[in-house]
Write a protein that binds this ligand. Structure first.
Ligand SMILES: [Zn+2]
Length: 436
């Protein structure tokens, strides 16, 4: 019996379904290798959801559609899930980048009024409409690089009024872009200048005024836990207050200094512990025994020119559930490209292409409680696809710095097409030269 559906995507050179493993839950260790690759693959889509995947021959036999899109020679993955970004900002910080390239240290620039505080001044100066417009443009940048689900943090307002403006701008932007977005309140990103002399008062403001008023505009609360910023006790108070307001938790942890951030995230049952460049052995053990996802952000270490990438190999071997994300922000990682992050993860953290793909799809989806909806190409999930102009999934980190995304498909609809002339080198037979 032939079933009629809305749309068929056919003749994918490789369709990477991840459907060999479970549709939900994070993947750890050896399970991160299960890509479920279908050669000459096809996807049947109805009402925005995946109905079936398989070889084109079988799908074309069982399904008929008014619209059929031929994706010959493209590699198709689940749309990327970027689970750590800071897109609600008003101005770029290239002057600071120029200073850093000339030798200035990031923390020294921050101490001189640059860094997060310079983004704070910019957010406070612009109108809600302008901030929404900038944020919308940033969100489209993710879509242009194959991302269909994004976690978006505030954190450049740092006052009740300006964090509210940031959350409202984010909400307005989300309403105008066809992406699945989660909203994270990051009022505890830094202490604003007016509270530098009385940090305790800012923690009280966060717990007693900002969270009760703003929680309804967010899904998550996050804190930048780092010595000199929010210490362990303050972090615990803020996240406990956030949970009491019904928010789920994420945590910037152990980025520059080990302070037990990963352990704290596990203790609080946070959905993620992020950065982890300085995670301790105890932190790795705690994470491995939990469902808290370690979100690694190698683009930031690369962009800052620092040496301490998160110990991805040790974390994978210990059984931690990990993900990778862009950390897109105006200061320490100005990219919306998950393929670029894949390159850095492969080369600097020694992750395999299979692990990287798992860490860009199902694992970040789990960290956002969206693993039942996105992250693999199981039937019933959203038809979110990333169409790549590469010869094989093995090339996920290979096209260094370019944008290999030919098309981004959200809920079965192409939302971005970057299709240009194909690179003939891709199909000149390089795959046949693979070592045997
Ligand atoms: Zn961040």
């Amino acid at each position: 019996m032939v079933q009629t559906v809305d749309r068929l995507f056919v003749h994918c050179r490789e369709l990477v379904t991840l459907a060999d493993g479970p549709g939900a839950g994070p993947r750890r260790g050896a399970a991160m290798q299960q890509l479920g690759v279908v050669a000459d693959g096809a996807v049947a889509v109805h009402e925005g959801r995946i109905v079936a995947t398989g070889p084109t021959e079988a799908i074309a036999r069982d399904y008929r559609a008014a619209e059929e899109l031929d994706l010959s020679d493209y590699v198709v993955l689940p749309g990327f899930v970027d689970c750590h970004t800071h897109p609600v900002f008003a101005r770029t910080r290239e002057v600071e980048f120029h200073l850093r390239c000339a030798g200035a240290d990031y923390m020294a620039i921050a101490a001189a009024g640059g860094g997060i505080l310079s983004s704070m001044r910019a957010v406070r100066e612009v109108s809600l409409d302008e901030l929404a417009e900038r944020t919308l443009r940033h969100l489209w940048g993710f879509a242009a690089h194959g991302t269909t689900t994004v976690e978006c943090k505030t954190g450049y307002g740092l006052s009740l009024a300006d964090e509210e403006k940031s959350l409202l701008a984010l909400q307005a932007a989300i309403g105008q872009v066809p992406l699945t977005c989660k909203r994270t309140f990051l009022g505890a990103h830094e202490f604003p200048p007016e509270y530098r002399a009385d940090r305790e008062a800012y923690v009280r403001l966060l717990c007693e005024q900002m969270l009760p008023r703003l929680a309804k505009l967010a899904d998550y609360c996050d804190v930048f836990a780092e010595p000199g910023v929010f210490d362990r006790t303050q972090t615990l108070r803020i996240l406990s207050a956030a949970r009491a307001e019904g928010l789920r938790l994420r945590l910037h942890a152990d980025e520059l200094t080990p302070m037990g951030g990963a352990e704290l995230a596990v203790e609080l049952h946070a959905d993620s512990a992020d950065h982890l460049g300085r995670i301790s052995d105890a932190g790795i053990a705690a994470l491995a025994a939990s469902d808290t996802v370690g979100v690694l952000l190698p683009g930031t270490i690369f962009f800052l020119g620092k040496p301490h990438y998160a110990p991805a190999r040790r974390m994978i071997e210990a059984g931690c559930a990990i993900a990778i994300a862009t950390d897109f922000n105006p200061g320490t990682c100005y990219t919306q490209s998950m393929p670029l992050i894949a390159s850095i993860a492969c080369t600097q953290m020694k992750m395999s292409a299979e692990e990287v793909i798992t860490c860009m799809t199902i694992n970040p989806a789990f960290s956002l409680q969206l693993d039942g909806e996105v992250g693999t190409l199981h039937p019933g999930k959203r038809a979110d696809l990333c169409v790549l102009d590469i010869p094989s999934w093995r090339a996920i980190g290979y096209a260094l710095g370019g944008n290999p995304v030919a098309m981004t498909i959200k809920n079965g609809n192409p939302i971005v097409a970057n299709v240009t002339e194909r690179d003939p080198d891709w199909f000149a037979g390089g795959a046949d030269l693979a070592p045997r």
